[in-house]
Write a protein that binds this ligand. Sequence first.
Ligand SMILES: *[C@@H]1O[C@H](CO)[C@@H](O)[C@H](O)[C@H]1NC(C)=O
Ligand SMILES: *[C@@H]1O[C@H](CO)[C@@H](O)[C@H](O)[C@H]1NC(C)=O
Ligand SMILES: *[C@@H]1O[C@H](CO)[C@@H](O)[C@H](O)[C@H]1NC(C)=O
Ligand SMILES: *[C@@H]1O[C@H](CO)[C@@H](O)[C@H](O)[C@H]1NC(C)=O
Ligand SMILES: *[C@@H]1O[C@H](CO)[C@@H](O)[C@H](O)[C@H]1NC(C)=O
Ligand SMILES: *[C@@H]1O[C@H](CO)[C@@H](O)[C@H](O)[C@H]1NC(C)=O
Ligand SMILES: *[C@@H]1O[C@H](CO)[C@@H](O)[C@H](O)[C@H]1NC(C)=O
Ligand SMILES: *[C@@H]1O[C@H](CO)[C@@H](O)[C@H](O)[C@H]1NC(C)=O
Ligand SMILES: *[C@@H]1O[C@H](CO)[C@@H](O)[C@H](O)[C@H]1NC(C)=O
Length: 897
Amino acid sequence: MGAFYLLAILGLLGQNVVNAQAGVTIDSVPVGHEGTPLEANDTLTVDSSRTPPYYPSPWQDGTGDWEAAIQQAREFVAKLTLVEKVNLTTGVGWEGDKCVGNTGSIPRLGFRALCMQDSPVGVRDADFSSVFPAGITIAATWDRSLFYQRGHGMGQEHYGKGVDVQLGPVVGPLGRAPAGGRNWEGFSPDPYLSGVAVGETVKGIQDAGVMACTKHYIGYEQEHFRSATQVQENGTTINVDIGSANMDDRTMHELYLWPFADAVRAGTASVMCSYNQVNNSVACQNSYTLNYLLKGELGFQGFVMSDWAGQHSGVSSALAGLDMTMPGDVGFDSGTSFWGANLTIAVLNGTIPQWHLDDMASRIVAGWYYVGRDKNAPDTNFDAWTTDTYGYQHIAANAGYTLINEHVDVRGEHGNQIRNQAAAGTVLLKNNGALPLTGKEKFITVFGNGAGDNTNGPNGCSDRGCDNGTLAMAWGSGSANFPYLVTPLTAIQNEVLSNNGAIENVLDNWATSNINALARRVVNSGGKSAAIVFVNADSGEDYIVVDGNAGDRNNLTLWQGGDQLINNVISQCNNTIVVMHTVGAVDVSGFYDNPNVTAIIWAGIPGEQSGNSIADVLYGRINPGGKLPFTIGEKRLDYGTDLLYLPNNGEGPPQEDFTEGVFIDYRSFDRQNITPIYEFGYGLSYTSFSYSNLQVKVHSTSTYNSNKGFTKPAPTLGTIANTSSAYVFPADFKQIPLFVYPYLNSTDLRAASQDPAYGRPASEFTPSNSLNGSSQAKLPAGGAPGGNPSLYDVIYTVTAHITNTGKVAGDEVIQLYINHGGPDDPKVVLRGFDRITIPAGASRTFTADLVRRDIMNWDTLRQDWAVSRYPKTVYVGASSRKLYLSAKLPTGDGETG
Ligand SMILES: *[C@@H]1O[C@H](CO)[C@@H](O)[C@H](O)[C@H]1NC(C)=O
Ligand SMILES: *[C@@H]1O[C@H](CO)[C@@H](O)[C@H](O)[C@H]1NC(C)=O
Ligand SMILES: *[C@@H]1O[C@H](CO)[C@@H](O)[C@H](O)[C@H]1NC(C)=O
Ligand SMILES: *[C@@H]1O[C@H](CO)[C@@H](O)[C@H](O)[C@H]1NC(C)=O
Ligand SMILES: *[C@@H]1O[C@H](CO)[C@@H](O)[C@H](O)[C@H]1NC(C)=O
Ligand SMILES: *[C@@H]1O[C@H](CO)[C@@H](O)[C@H](O)[C@H]1NC(C)=O
Ligand SMILES: *[C@@H]1O[C@H](CO)[C@@H](O)[C@H](O)[C@H]1NC(C)=O
Ligand SMILES: *[C@@H]1O[C@H](CO)[C@@H](O)[C@H](O)[C@H]1NC(C)=O
Ligand SMILES: *[C@@H]1O[C@H](CO)[C@@H](O)[C@H](O)[C@H]1NC(C)=O
């Protein structure tokens, strides 16, 4: 969910834009299965003409395990009137009802308004709910069972509050550049790790009976230019259009689309389209990304929801594949909508065929059945807009005074799980024997405002839009209210007191003389005394600016004078432990190799149990097993790609050219031959591990089958009256002001639309083939949710022996990488991992299945996946650069050569 801006997009409203690019034919040449060479020119071409229009919007085909849900949904939708169908698709307007977004309802059939609620870390805007670790921290656990556990916990809490759709998880942004403001909401710039994490999270949420909304689709890699803005240029103010993420087809498939495929395969009931443009077409009306890629190729059976005010047209967005508009109004509280009455009108005047509205409605209801909300679903018992117990249900209109907050405690036992999840996602970066602490230290000192309370309370800044006290959550709509926040100082103090030790702290980062004096006393005290310094770096969503950072970070250095704080402490103290709570990579070059820094920990964005989680690691109750889900390089330039901060296209869409292609994060460091400080996948333990005995087993399996044939024609669900008089406001209807309704206020369609541009020739915004509900050719890479099912056939099983060679039990994250062999392929890409607990002295077997997709490349010309002819190598090791074992992937049966 997004903007609080009353849109600066006024220049776009009402345009019904179709970005009809030069038509490019998509060939469906059969794939050669054996050794198809990829053409050199398939890569690194940024060319917006590769986003060809694609119509009609694919209708549900019931593949995967969606068949029963779709059947039920179609039966339900067939019973609906036109306005009831429209009610499912359209939000009632900003602050129109209790949740951050609500649809209309169908009172006649007892179907209540659907409630959409942020966020990817818990129930936003609620009380008595948990704050889970952020995506980037759970990713650092590399633990499938914890991905699922966190998702399930969040799903249970949304369920308990009466939420139908949790607006999460996030795999867009993926994390193209480390300064991206919302990277922390997602998992990792590696698509494979993100894909596994999103799949398990979706399953966890949906097994709890709540629809997941995987977001933001797609190319939403920065906050700058996510909406149209006013910018100062040469002293004058210019209106700059929404930025465009421009990427080539291979980059789309092998990088940004990859985790969305996993989310769809896991059954995500909804996908949120993003604010940005993709190849110069707005993401919420981009027929290529929505119709072709998501609903066609990935076989997505659920519904596409707009980000808040991410819709910029009525008919065009519907035909391009959008199914639900949020929050429903054109501008926040405008009382008007691109859909609502306009959608009713568009069906009546024939610009949107009934079968398409039926499909939109059926996708929404199918998701509802798919997660079992027909069986049981509590009513919404909280209100997103106030913590008062009584208040207005329709706050935009100050209407409907009633009991709005029941303050239901939905946390269950999640606090302990959260403590463990964040500890498991804590990464030990350096340790010269300083850790673990034993509890027998004579004197413990704690430094930095990053260790203590926000002076205004844990929820003292709206949507966490400040950096004050310990950083346990970053800012924006991806936040939630803390039920409590255990600070590191509190937890460490509890620990020290339980051991009858001594502890002091200085939390003011600028109190230099106090800092220096206390740090000096650590050394003087002897007895393994230690200084622990807490520093942070924050970021968030662009509707809040913190310390001059408009969502995206302006730099990669620590905040609040963190470097100076560290330097002050280490100038006096030779046993300094640095703990970093950051939203991603930070510049550690100023201190990481200083001998007085005896340990460094990346503690991520841990959530409500922050202090307990870090104390568990510091004191060795939990042996750190987390690994970096991103690279920490020496310089910002080393990442090889960056955000666009200044407009580069006059008033037109700023052009964010992803010219680096698939080479982000470690793939970029590898390509440039730059040694990072801490590489992707890196992390230490209190024990050590050795690797041996790599084995590769080849499975015999059928060859890759490109999807063939034709779809069934689009079904039409029930009959609807096509006279406007059937859809005017019912005579006795009491309208809530500013509320978006599906009804017409006139039997004259032009008058009812209130659109001065009404009646423009349909050809202007109903692209060729968009109204065609007849049987369509299937896409070669499609066939089931997640894409062609034979992409997921197991081709190889790789095993290795891992031995704990140290003195304590520990977790190791064993990582499998592949080199695809071609000149345009990254040196290695992650294609497998497992986190295994191994007792001291014991060995365990690491096992990873490689599926066909893992060894394929995207073939742009054929629009399908293919195994290139280049020899491939598999590596198993402890990070993207600790590739201890390797083997050539043997030529298997048929195609794997
Ligand atoms: C549409 O939804 C609104 C808001 O829930 C409700 O008042 C209205 O009765 C619904 N209309 C129909 C036709 O169900
Ligand atoms: C600002 O100056 C640059 C360089 O002279 C020019 O290219 C650009 O068009 C100017 N922008 C405006 C809004 O005048
Ligand atoms: C219909 O959409 C247009 C923009 O395309 C908008 O100006 C108008 O207010 C909408 N009508 C209603 C009734 O919401
Ligand atoms: C049909 O209705 C839509 C929604 O109000 C409007 O934008 C469009 O101009 C209308 N088209 C025709 C051909 O009347
Ligand atoms: C935290 O907020 C308080 C009150 O606004 C302010 O005095 C203090 O300087 C802030 N601290 C930091 C580290 O920003
Ligand atoms: C980087 O940004 C942070 C947060 O705004 C700020 O505290 C810090 O001083 C900046 N670093 C540099 C080197 O400007
Ligand atoms: C390290 O700490 C000691 C005090 O323990 C101090 O004398 C020395 O100058 C420090 N070294 C550095 C490189 O800061
Ligand atoms: C720090 O310096 C003191 C005094 O020189 C010495 O006893 C102690 O071993 C040093 N500690 C570390 C961790 O190097
Ligand atoms: C790649 O280049 C070859 C030779 O110039 C050309 O025939 C082919 O069409 C190109 N392929 C694509 C996808 O542009």
